[in-house]
Design a protein around this ligand. Structure first.
Ligand code: NHR
Ligand code: GAR
Length: 229
């Protein structure tokens, strides 16, 4: 059985695209069962449609409150029996009920080196703080916003003349490497969350997660060869 992903988006979906490309290149043995957006206009929905993936759009205006909206998401997603729920630029805070329903199966990519710069506008905050290193983090989602256990991070330098856009572009390029790689570990059944924390092959991982540029042997994958026709 291939590992089934559900990808949640709100916007452009470039991380979704990186995951689609990785699957199509034969590097990520998983399938995207469904893409769910909370924005009808999300450009990422077109990426899903183009790749032949089922899409769901839920509009918060049709629900009385966050609890009802999140229950509707659960009802829709569970029909697709996802093994992992992938937040990829999903901009809506999830209720404890949602987080607990998918406990150990819910993963986010956040555009900072967590635990630094939780929340929004992370690139601006990194520049204003005078950081020389910035990056992105993949973590299991918990009730603490951007505070769940970290799985892996990738760094970029902050350059003297950076603005929000130049820095964001540099970080996003690393997101497209990092997220498919982490999902590879998930798809292989190697990456779990239990009461002891994040486990890889049944062993605890470093407290701030793996560094993409210093992965232990066995976590790196040879680049895919030419695709067979
Ligand atoms: N939900 C929980 N419970 N825990 C996390 O760690 C979550 C989460 C939902 C989304 C992604 C996150 C990020 O990577 C994420 C992590 C949205 C907001 C936010 O303030 C904050 C963090 C993240 C996503 N959202 C506003 C809200 O009221 C709306 C902002 C907007 O629409 O522009 O939901 O940074
Ligand atoms: C990504 O950079 C992701 O890290 C960030 O939004 C972008 C989504 O881009 N996520 C958050 O800020 C979550 N609050 P994409 O839609 O093109 O993948």
């Amino acid at each position: 059985m291939t590992h089934r992903l559900a990808v949640l988006i709100s916007g452009n979906g470039t991380n979704l695209q990186a995951i689609i490309d990785s699957i199509e290149a034969g590097q990520l043995p998983a399938s995207i069962a469904v893409v769910l957006s909370n924005k009808t206009t999300a450009a990422g929905l077109q990426r899903a449609i183009r790749a032949g993936i089922a899409t769901i759009t839920l509009n918060k205006e049709n629900y009385p409150d966050r609890a009802a909206f999140d229950q509707a998401m659960i009802a829709e997603l569970d029909q697709f029996q996802p093994d992992t729920i992938v937040l990829a630029g999903f901009m809506r805070i999830l209720s404890p009920a949602f987080v607990h329903h998918y406990s150990g199966r819910l993963i986010n990519i956040h555009p900072s080196l967590l635990p630094r710069h939780k929340g929004l506008h992370t690139h601006l905050h990194a520049i204003e703080a005078g950081d020389t290193e910035h990056g992105c983090s993949v973590h299991f989602v918990s009730d603490e916003l951007d505070g769940g256990p970290i799985i892996a991070r990738a760094q970029v330098p902050v350059l003297a003349n950076d603005n929000e856009e130049t820095l964001s572009n540099r970080v996003q390029a690393r997101e497209y490497e990092l997220y498919p790689r982490v999902l590879e570990w998930r798809a292989a059944g190697r990456l779990t969350l239990d009461p002891r924390g994040v486990q890889l092959d049944g062993q605890p991982i470093p407290a701030d997660g793996f560094d993409l540029d210093q992965l232990p042997a066995g976590l790196t994958t040879a680049p895919a060869g030419p695709r067979r026709s």
